[in-house]
Structures are given as structure tokens and as C-alpha cells.
Design a protein around this ligand. Sequence first.
Ligand code: 8ID
Ligand code: ZN
Length: 352
Amino acid sequence: QIPKKQLAAVSDDASGFEIKEIPVVQANELEPGRALVKVLYSGVCHTDLHVIKDDWPVKAERPCIAGHEGAGIIVAINDPISKLKVGDKVGVKWIAHSCNQCEFCIAGEEPLCLEAKCSGINAQGSFMQYCPAYTSQLTPIPDGMDMAEAAPILCAGVTVYKALKNSRARAGQWIAIPGAGGGLGSLAVQYAKWMGLKVIAIDTGAEKKKYCQEIGATAWVDFKEEKDIVSAVKKATQDGLGPHAAIITSPKPEAYLIAMEYIRPRGTVVAVGLPPAGAYVKADVFFTVLHNKTLTSSYVGNRQDAIEALQIVADGHVKCRIQTVPFKSLEKVYTQMEEGSLVGRAVLDLFA
Ligand code: 8ID
Ligand code: ZN
């Protein structure tokens, strides 16, 4: 039975959000192309914090409901064309909808669609118990998969999986991952290992160090303790030439100032972390040219990337370290994220 009221984390302005009761869109009120998803779990991504704090050049349409790592069940649907049906387990991602007709959508690059709707920006996200989601971008969740563990894969997992593909790094090569102890980074370490790469984890603190080593990082560099990060990262590779690629998952700009320096000749830096407005990548022109270095970027992933990222977890190759907490702990999660004390991912239980 679909209730009339639900709890949702609603933000009116950059001062924060409030978990309050709002109406549930009823089955007969669903717009065409929508499904009502009962969200069981939602991961909390650092992006949600950027959206709430309003520190990005892209602004949310307020009042907004953030959350884009939602794992839930379809309880109603108004879409005769979709193969989805009531009872299906699905994921709510960052990309909530796209036009499906522009050159980007046609090529499987929906995140680049100029009309894309994003959860928390111009579509309601997963920090609500009953999300009226567009069917077009819902991701099927494999049977038997733990729903709380599936949640973080819908943004953090798919994003780093796609970024690793875009890094062009191959089995046997080295990859540096600044932000390795966080949500995206700790998944990046694991997908990278699964792809046969050797990982240099860059982050800070004893707990993150221990965790990164547990999940298979070969080397560790503490960005707060280490005075010369560039040398330390290069030294970590056997020949001292530096990693073949780096995936920057840090939400702070500092990691972007040194990465082009420590990657090896012909190496690739993949920009992923999205610091507040005004951040820049630093690259020395002379040595970027002489050493044939590449700067590229990676923005979430498409529908197929999401399916693949989930399947790799379902097959047991990657496991997100999650800390499941009640919905009402969202504020506390943001605080921990801000202080940098979260290891892995916090996942909200929307009904606890
Ligand atoms: O599609 C995309 N490109 C995409 C998708 C999803 C998220 C981008 N993001 C962005 C987020 O908006 C955010 O800016 O990626 C960034 C990281 O998100 P997250 O993984 O959800 O954040 P986290 O869990 O807080 O982890 C961040 C880690 O970075 C470390 C912290 O200690 C933490 O473990 N870190 C920091 I802060 N500064 C660092 C530095 N200078 C650093 N690690 C290395 N060097
Ligand atoms: Zn995210």
C-alpha cells in the first residue's frame, strides 16, 4: 500500500536541509514516463554536500531533495513502453533523465545531454522514501544483491569504474588514487585491483591507510604527513617514473595541483572530484608536451556502465565498505564528510 505521507530531506537554501513530512505522489498522479520508487537505502555522496552547501557553479532548483545513490523497489509505474514493472529492484542515479535524442544520448553519453536532469539539481533525489523517478535512467539491480551494498555503486561505483576505463591504464600498470579512503576512492582502489592494476593510495590518517591496504593498495602516501608528495608517489613505482594514470577523487583542489607532475611520461590524469567553483588543474606546459601527458575527465557513466559496475559487485569482486545509519543521521554524515573522518561510504536506511 502506498502511504499518503513520507519523510524527505528538503533543502530551501544553502543553510542546510530539514527532514520533514511531505505528500507522496500517488499511483494515479504519476506523470507519464515515471515510476514511484520506494527507496530502501541511499548512499550519501560528497556531491550531495556540494549541492546542499551550494558551492558549485551549477545551482540546484530549490527547494531541492538531494540523494543519487538510491536502491529501491518500484511500487507504481506509469509507462506502457518501459519493460520495468511493479516489484522490480532499481537504482536512482545522478543522471535522472535525458532527452535520448541528441547526439550525446544517441552515442551513450547521456551525462553530456544538455537537457539532462540530475537528482537533487532539477529532479527529486533519493533522500525521500517514495521518489517519483523517471523510468528512462533507472538501473536494474541484480537479483540477490544486498540493497544497502548496491546503493553506493549507483554513483561512486559507476563513476570510478568509468573513470578507470577512461584512464586507458592496463593490467600490470600503476595507478594513483588521491581520495582513496573516501567513497569514490575506496571503490576505485577495488575496481582497479580487479582490472589488474597496481594502486598507490593517497589519503590521510591511520584508519584510511589500514583500509586501503586491506583492499589491496600496494603503496600508501599520506597527503598531510608527506612533505614531497610528488617524489613519494613516483618513488612508489618500481622504476621511479611515476604511475601510468591517476584518478583524482578528492573534493578539494590541492590534489589537482600536483597530479600532472607525478604521472609518468605518456600518463593520463583523470579529473573526477569536483571541488567548489574556482579550482584549477596545474600543468607545466613544457613537460606536458615533452612527456606527452594527457589530462582528461570522467563524469559519472551511462546506463550500461551502471549495469556493469553493479554486476562486478554482484559477482563478488568489489565490496563497498558501508556504514548503514538511520535517515535522521544525514546531518551527522555531512559533518563527518566535512571533517574527513568517514572511511568508505555512509548509507542511509530510509525507513529506520
Ligand atoms: O562524475 C563525477 N566526476 C563525480 C561523481 C561523484 C562524485 C564526482 N564526484 C565528486 C564529488 O562531488 C566530490 O567532489 O567526487 C568528489 C569525491 O566524492 P566522495 O568520494 O563522495 O567524497 P568523500 O567520501 O568525502 O571522499 C573524499 C576523500 O578525499 C580525501 C579525503 O580525506 C576523503 O577520504 N582528500 C581530501 I578532503 N583532500 C585530499 C588530497 N589533497 C584527499 N585525498 C588526497 N589528496
Ligand atoms: Zn555522487
